[in-house]
Each structure stands twice: as C-alpha cells, then as structure tokens.
Design a binder for this molecule. Structure first.
Ligand code: ATP
Ligand code: MG
Length: 429
C-alpha cells in the first residue's frame, strides 16, 4: 500500500475523551472511529491488525481440527428461555422485537444456539467429540463502556464450543483448547498468563482466564512470577489446571513453596468446561449402550477486538505504538525523504515492488510531506522495520534500516536491503 492511497486519519492532538494509552493511540493513529457509545468502526490501519489476529486464530483452529462456522448475531429468545438465561442475563442483553412482535436478541454469547445446533445434527455417540468455532460480533450492553474497544458494547469474539461423550473426555478436550490458547497467544507475540477462574454466568466447574499483565488493566490476578519464564506448553494437564490457583492447597499438597503476587491485567481469553448444563436443559440426548447420554460441553472465548488495545497498553513508548511483528499492520515501512529526487523515487519504488512481490507486507510513504511528519507518523503507527531513503542514497548509495523498538540503525548499500529484510522476516516466521 502507498501511504498516499492509504486512508489514515491521524490526529495531531491527543483526543480529549480518551484516558488510557491504547485508546489515545488507537484514535490518534486512525485505527478506529467511535460511532456511538461503546460501538466502533475499524478503519484500514486497525482492521489490518484485526485481520492478522483473526488469521492466526483461524490457522491454529484449523491445525487443531476445530470446525469453523458462522452463526448469526441475532438470536431468538426461545432458546434462551429454554436454558433459563433469558431472565437471568439481565440488562446486558439487548432485546429486540421484530415486526411480528417476536422477541429477538443480539447475542452476547452462543451456548444456547450451538446446543440447539448439536441437538438437531449430532445423532450418534460415534460422531463425538465435535468442536466448533466462529468469529462473530457480540453485543453486551455494558453498564460502563470505556477505554475504546477494550470494553465496548459491540465487540468481536472468537467463541468455540465442544461436545464430548462424558466428563473424562470433556476434560481432555478442555486441555486441548488450553494448549491451543497458549499457542495462539504465543503466535501473536503476547506473553500470556493463564489463571484459574470462576465460571460465573455460564456455569460449570473448570475454568481458566488468559491475561496480559499491564498496570492499567481492569483485572487483578494473583500470579507465581516464575511462570512468566517457563514453557507452559510443556506442562502436564494437572499442572496447567493449578497454575496460579487462588487456593494454595495444590501447592501445599505438592510441598511446593510459592509466593503468589498481585498484578493488574487484561483478560483476553476465557475457557469453561460447563458439562451438561445446556445439553440437559435442551433435552439433547444420544443413545449409548442402551443408555441415554447427555453430551458434556465446554466453551472457549477470545476477545479479538480487545487484543490490539491490550497489545498497545503493553507495548508503546512516548512516540507511539510498538507492534510485535506478528500482528503489525505492516511489516516494513519505506520512508522516502526526498520526493523530488528521481533517484530516491526510483529506489523506493523498486524496493516497494520487490518487497510486495516477496509477499512482504509493506507500506511506502510516498507522500509529499516534510521528513519530520513522515518520521513521526511512522513512529506513531509502530511498524517494526523502517527503511529510510534520503540524502545518503544520493551521496554514497546507502539506505538506513531502522528498528522501531530500540531505535537501532544500520546503514547498507541499497542492493543489500531486500535480502536482509527477507531473511529477517522469514527467520521469525
Ligand atoms: P470481562 O470480565 O472483561 O467483562 P467477560 O468475562 O464478561 O469479560 P467472557 O464472557 O469471558 O467475558 O468473553 C470472552 C472474552 O471476550 C473475554 O475474555 C474478553 O477478552 C472479551 N470481552 C468480554 N467483554 C468484552 C467487552 N465488553 N469488550 C471487548 N471485549 C470483551
Ligand atoms: Mg470472562
């Protein structure tokens, strides 16, 4: 993409209605636009980040053999009356009447709908386990929508659901998703922390949340700091279960001395093994060895549209955002400092075409703007690798490779840049 064609309504001043860094930077860099309280449009820069996150989630769900579907945002009240949650969900649920006065609602989550789907289509125990997921907007009429997309009313969630033959199998599935979550957040460059959690509204016994530690976070968690350095994917299920448990019974029983410390954090994912709560209320039974089997279920959510904000809270400096390469809106920015030089124009343009042909996600700042503006915009939007093309090229054929995170600069002859960038990005993939 050329910067001159890219729609990026950056702001010079800090927006007055934003209080936390991520909200300020997302508005300032033109990633999002508020439509009304807690409801946002994603503009090109923000949407690119969202799509990178979605792609990581989709690829890894595919690897874990989870079926992708797409359920609607609007649901019928009937299924919610069946589970009993139509009355208990309260004011967070947006209720709508259609022209025939039929009660509908904008889904805050999909346990009921997936159970109805399962009951109609899963007829034999032989087809269990079954795993489904979708990526869909949710609506929750939050009492205090705030911090931009961090706590919105309409937001994008990935929600997965599982059906198993019994509790034993359900537990195995639960840890399968647990491990999938560790992989997903690692692939996004996010140092995630799983913690034992209460199941709340959804019900059930086994539940974990996945948090990112940041001082501005709305959540408070208790954490054994050593897990930040350990490779969680290598742990056994039982050890995963008790990570950062609020009861210290597990540690006592295993004679592990551990000190749980308090941190502030942002919840990015939440998984539940809730058993037969919904299958039972939907009378969803399968014949198994002459007995009735009620499938054992779980649900697994990731707050997709909260993730870009959480990453920014975790990783920014006084000049702007610091994206991890994995989800950055672009991998490379070419900053052409001299717009009226045939030489810099040609080298910039050739490099741009070459990087694109190698499938590298590149933005070329071809605007007729002062260098200062180009530098500050580039720093603001946080692209990890900058290629700066200016006087050096004309004087001695050099361009500058600059890394956004640490400001490190390398001068290279122009013909070497392409190879180095390709090598660096491919190594990280
Ligand atoms: P929270 O405790 O932050 O209110 P929750 O526990 O109600 O979240 P879940 O039902 O577990 O949320 O939903 C799964 C994920 O969706 C959460 O882990 C979170 O990342 C995200 N999420 C929930 N509510 C919102 C919201 N209002 N805006 C943006 N993302 C949200
Ligand atoms: Mg939750």
């Amino acid at each position: 993409m050329k910067f001159s064609n890219f729609f990026i309504p950056t702001l010079k001043e800090n927006p007055s209605d934003a209080r936390i860094v991520s909200h300020i930077l997302m508005l300032k860099s033109g990633m999002i636009r508020q439509e009304t309280s807690g409801i946002y449009s994603w503009l090109p820069l923000g949407y690119r980040v969202l799509k990178k996150i979605i792609k990581i989630i989709e690829d890894l769900h595919e690897l874990y053999e989870v079926n992708q579907i797409l359920m609607p945002t609007i649901q019928s009240s009937e299924i919610w009356k069946k589970s009993g949650r139509y009355d208990t969900y309260g004011k967070e649920m947006l209720r709508i009447n259609d022209r025939h006065s039929k009660e509908l609602l904008y889904g805050p989550t999909n346990e009921e709908m997936i159970t109805a789907l399962g009951k109609q289509h899963i007829k034999s125990y032989k087809s269990l386990p079954q795993y489904f997921y979708h990526i869909q907007s949710k609506f929750r009429d939050e009492i205090r929508p705030r911090f931009g997309v961090m706590r919105a009313r309409e937001f994008l969630m990935k929600d997965a659901y599982s059906f198993d033959i019994n509790e034993n199998e359900g537990v195995k599935t639960y840890y399968r998703f647990f491990r999938l979550y560790l992989k997903i957040f690692k692939s996004m460059g996010i140092p995630i922390v799983p913690v034992r959690a209460l199941s709340g509204e959804i019900g059930g016994s086994l539940s974990h949340e996945f948090h990112l530690i940041v001082d501005s976070g709305e959540s408070e968690i208790f954490l054994d700091k050593s897990i930040l350095e350990s490779d969680l994917e290598k742990l056994k299920d039982e050890d995963l279960k008790n990570l950062n448990s609020f009861t210290d019974e597990y540690y006592k029983n295993n004679k592990i001395s551990i000190k749980l410390e308090k941190f502030r954090s942002i919840e990015l994912g939440h998984i539940f093994l809730f058993g037969d709560k919904y299958s039972k209320s939907f009378d969803f039974n399968i014949e198994y060895e002459n007995k009735k089997l009620t499938p054992f279920m779980g649900s697994y959510g990731i707050g997709i549209s909260r993730i870009p904000a959480a990453i920014i809270e975790h990783s920014s400096d006084e000049r702007g955002i610091l994206w991890p390469e994995e989800v950055s809106p672009f991998e490379v920015v070419i900053i052409n400092l001299i717009n009226d030089s045939d030489e810099t124009n040609k080298v910039s343009n050739d490099l741009y075409q070459n990087l694109k042909s190698k499938n590298i996600d590149v933005i070329y700042d071809d605007r007729n703007e002062r260098p200062g503006i180009k530098f500050s915009d580039s720093d603001l939007i946080g692209i990890p690798i900058q290629i700066i093309i200016g006087k050096n090229l004309i004087n001695d054929g050099n361009v500058t490779l600059k890394f956004r995170k640490d400001g490190k600069e390398i001068n290279l002859t122009n013909d070497k840049v392409l190879d180095i960038i390709i090598k660096k990005l491919k190594n990280n993939k």
